[in-house]
Design a protein around this ligand. Structure first.
Ligand code: ZN
Length: 142
């Protein structure tokens, strides 16, 4: 097995859903998905509490704002609850950001930052992605 960095988005890692009340939504999604969330985690830098459900290979990430400055708060004010972003797993965020930049895709984050669930993350700008807020993420220890 070789370890060259494949330059592409590998797979959908998770789908982020903005919710007003994460405890209520944990109960709701437990009913919908037929299983409980496996972890909750606060990401202070993003002013969110997250909750994760494993559904096959893909995770569902619920996000609740912890302050009015949170992007999740703004999203809910503007559009209500619902799908917030799609996250793709990549091998190397810096390499992918370079590739995407060369394709004319604008990133919100110019370098990887710490996200929830043991990931480094970066967001692409929705104006570059048909308004689909897109996250790329990689395991911290890779
Ligand atoms: Zn995410």
């Amino acid at each position: 097995m070789h370890h060259s960095k494949a330059v592409k988005l590998e797979k959908i890692e998770h789908i982020g859903i903005a919710v007003r009340d994460i405890e209520e939504s944990n109960a709701l999604f437990a009913k919908i998905l037929g299983r409980s969330h496996y972890k909750m985690e606060e990401v202070e830098s993003e002013s969110v509490i997250t909750s994760f459900f494993q559904v096959g290979e893909v995770k569902i990430e619920l996000l609740q704002a912890t302050s009015e400055s949170s992007a999740i708060h703004k999203h809910i004010e503007k559009r209500g609850e619902g799908i917030h972003h799609i996250a793709y797993a990549v091998k190397d965020i810096a390499v992918e950001l370079d590739r995407l930049k060369s394709e004319g895709i604008e990133a919100i984050h110019q370098q990887a930052k710490e996200g929830a669930d043991g990931k480094m993350i970066a967001f692409l700008h929705p104006k570059s992605t048909n308004r689909v807020l897109t996250e790329i993420c990689a395991d911290k220890n890779e």
